[in-house]
Design a binder for this molecule. Sequence first.
Ligand SMILES: Nc1nc2c(ncn2[C@@H]2O[C@H](COP(=O)(O)OP(=O)(O)O)[C@@H](O)[C@H]2O)c(=O)[nH]1
Ligand SMILES: [Mg+2]
Length: 415
Amino acid sequence: MRVKTFEAASMQEALSVIKREMGEEAFILSTKTKQGKGPLGLGGDAMIEVTAAVDEATPPPPPAPSATYGLRPPLANRTPEASVPPPPPAPSVDLQPLRRELLEIKGAVEALKDQETRNASILRELDQMKALLSRIQRQGMPAAQVQLPTTLLELYGDLIANDVDAMIALRLCEYTQRSLMEEGDGADVNPERARLFMKRVIANFIPVAPPIQLEPGKLQVAALVGPTGVGKTTTIAKLASFAKLELQQKVALVTLDTFRLAAVDQLQQYAQILQVPLHVALTVEDLRSALRFYQDRTLVLIDTPGHSPKDGAVLEQLKGFLEELPAVETHLVLSATTKPKDLADIAARFEPLKPSRLIFTKLDETSTYGPILSTLARVKRPLSYLGTGQEVPQDLELATSRRVADLILPAQEGS
Ligand SMILES: Nc1nc2c(ncn2[C@@H]2O[C@H](COP(=O)(O)OP(=O)(O)O)[C@@H](O)[C@H]2O)c(=O)[nH]1
Ligand SMILES: [Mg+2]
């Protein structure tokens, strides 16, 4: 391992020099601010001393002009012979989907006025499901206690095919049967009607949260936490873009994901394209002063490092950072492509960060959505947003119970 200490006037400059000299694989070991501080510990006459290290096995970086920092196009677009790097990709600002989404959000906000009450009752239901799930884990699968009519058995099969937990599927069938009976339907109910009823039952099991509430003159802080690679940074870019371009709000970004330079770089690119400030916070004090500095903004989005199960220290440190922010809205980001068992483990691991919302990304990369339901039953937090692709900003939706119910029980082919 090669270790070297750098001095620079700003963190950005230090990261740029480190990257040039040690490559993208370099990571930061420690930082120190020397002399007096500017408003963010970045400006003024302050000098930052950063000690970085790189694994010796890592090949040396290709020489790159410092001006390219944070603005390099994706690898596939790079032309090695070009002496001047091509400009960054233009921001994708097709406003049509955003406008549609704004209207949807407005509608959703209206519809969600009594959300709190509804969520409370959903959470109670989910509580019962959770108890049932853990009992089953202890005792094994009990014999089905209900005699399901054929139509419901078919729906049960569809749920299982969509990776819905067997006990949850059974429970949904019972509820559907009950609600059909309440409506006066017998066992020979038409399959489409049963499907419609079940979809309604599923929707009633999906707690959803309103969008991040932005009020002029009031700073809202939202942090996205979750494992590496689930789409935290991309989702932050989508949210920032929507708030800035569509809602015309003043947005700032803060990243606590400073361990790898490539992570800072990625967010820096989005910040540059969106023309929103990005602050790299290395210490709790840094974070505090960044938030003081951004008091005039309506939204500060905080990106955080992911970590592996062995990285207890990173989680502990992140907890320390988030505890600095009493009013932070913490969203746990999970990928819909993760195996159900892993989703449960991840959710348990991030519990100490007290996330109040769930975001599911990569809905476009799977065809089975049942694990979302099992996760909701375990985690019992409302869903806020859904990531549906890699494109920024359009591939983000405000979660609605109906949309998730449609994913879990899609319309039958040909209907
Ligand atoms: N297909 C798909 N890819 C996504 C989605 N959200 C993020 N990604 C991709 O997932 C990869 C990791 O995303 P990133 O934001 O860096 O994850 P982070 O490590 O959690 O910050 C990137 O290639 C993103 O483009 C999504 O909703 N759908
Ligand atoms: Mg990231």
